[in-house]
Write a protein that binds this ligand. Structure first.
Ligand SMILES: *Cc1c(COP(=O)(O)O)cnc(C)c1O
Length: 378
């Protein structure tokens, strides 16, 4: 069994994907061109925003958003403590300080009460200026944007949605990557919508941010590429990846997003009485980048992982180390220094195989293995 079966997906979509790749090669338009514009148009329409700007990867997408806001030294950017490194790394890349905020155990996402506490603490300390919050849609579930937005508005903070894992999620009729002032995603192969290499995108309704980001990702271009009006970077999605993403996005939109939700419901049904299963609040829809259960202890989690492996069932620990424990960050990043939820999650989470081509039989096999092994361990 595969943790995320990209081979199976390719078998299903092979004809369309191969045709797209050949078309790009035959056209010799390897950078930019019609495939990239077509993809940007379709993604912006789906997400429900005016602008989609593709770029080199999900980390660059976050960086470009912070650059558009002029984030730099002396600025505080609030980031959940339980996330992938990039969410906080980008603030540091620009000389700003990521300040970590604890999360909610049931949803794994940023806790808006902790956010407010940490913003207040930062203001009291007086060393950094609160500027922005990076709210991550962890494991596919949109963060609690209504609550986060309320806090952000009280303190004049910009909201950046890190939708690297969240593409396809919803709150009501709103789609992930549309909830921040700027939203970003990643097309890393294992993400909900992945390409066959690196790729990313930025989404926004704001014309000025969109224009700045288009400039930043082409060396700070002005009127044209050889007129450079600001210091930028080189970050673009290549045409072959855009071509690959077009049929993959169609499959995602038409059935994959629903298929992962079906698999997730089956897991929850089969597992909810023995482990803590992930919670999707009313009105929210997840795109299930991961299906993550919580065990009783680190010993139990580690033993279950090994037992599943011996049955050839892969599982992963996302994430074993909290942001506040990463040596790369300074002590100014510690905020109020309290991360009890993240500390516990790092010891007790386990992500199970999850992808749109998982069959009912696969889900049952994984769930029975979890049940049997836990009954031996407990
Ligand atoms: C994967 C990921 C990123 C970075 O995306 P890349 O395309 O790998 O640069 C950022 N944030 C989160 C939450 C991610 O999971």
């Amino acid at each position: 069994m595969q943790f995320r079966d990209l081979k199976k997906q390719y078998e299903v979509l092979k004809e369309d994907i191969d045709r797209e790749i050949v078309e790009v090669i035959e056209s010799s338009r390897f950078i930019g061109g019609p495939k990239v514009s077509e993809l940007e148009k379709r993604l912006a329409e789906y997400v429900g925003v005016k602008h989609c700007i593709t770029c080199g990867n999900g980390t660059d997408a976050l960086l470009l958003a912070l650059m558009a806001w002029g984030i730099g030294p002396g600025d505080a950017v609030f980031v959940p403590d339980f996330t992938f490194f990039s969410s906080g790394e980008v603030a540091s890349t620009l000389g700003a300080t990521p300040v970590f905020v604890d999360v909610i155990p049931e949803t794994f996402n940023m806790d808006s009460d902790s956010l407010e506490k940490v913003v207040k603490k930062t203001l009291e300390d007086g060393k950094l200026t609160p500027k922005a919050v990076v709210a991550v849609d962890l494991f596919g579930l949109p963060a609690d944007f209504p609550a986060i937005r309320a806090v952000a508005d009280r303190y004049g903070l910009k909201v950046l949605e890190d939708g690297a894992q969240g593409f396809g999620g919803q709150i009501g009729d709103g789609r992930a990557c549309s909830f921040g002032d700027i939203g970003t995603t990643s097309f890393f192969p294992a993400k909900p919508l992945g390409c066959y290499g690196d790729g990313g995108a930025v989404f926004t309704d704001d014309d000025d941010s969109a224009a700045l980001i288009r400039s930043f990702c082409v060396h700070g271009k002005g009127e044209m590429k050889y007129d450079n009006v600001r210091i930028g970077m080189n970050s673009r999605l290549d045409s072959i990846q855009a071509g690959i993403l077009i049929p993959k996005f169609e499959a995602f939109r038409k059935h994959e997003a629903a298929d992962v939700n079906k698999a997730a419901s089956q897991y929850t049904e089969l597992l909810k009485d023995i482990v803590e299963t992930p919670v999707v609040p009313d009105g929210f829809v997840s795109s299930w980048a991961q299906y993550t259960i919580r065990l009783n202890s680190e010993e139990e989690r580690d033993a279950l992982k090994i037992a599943l492996q011996s049955r050839e069932i892969p599982s992963m620990v996302y994430y074993p180390k909290a942001m506040h424990c990463q040596e790369a960050f300074d002590k100014e990043s510690l905020g109020d220094g309290e991360f009890p939820v993240t500390d516990k999650l790092c010891k007790t989470v386990l992500s199970l195989p999850m992808h749109p081509y998982l069959t009912r039989d696969d889900v049952e096999r994984v769930a029975s293995a979890v049940r049997e092994e836990l009954s031996k361990l407990r």
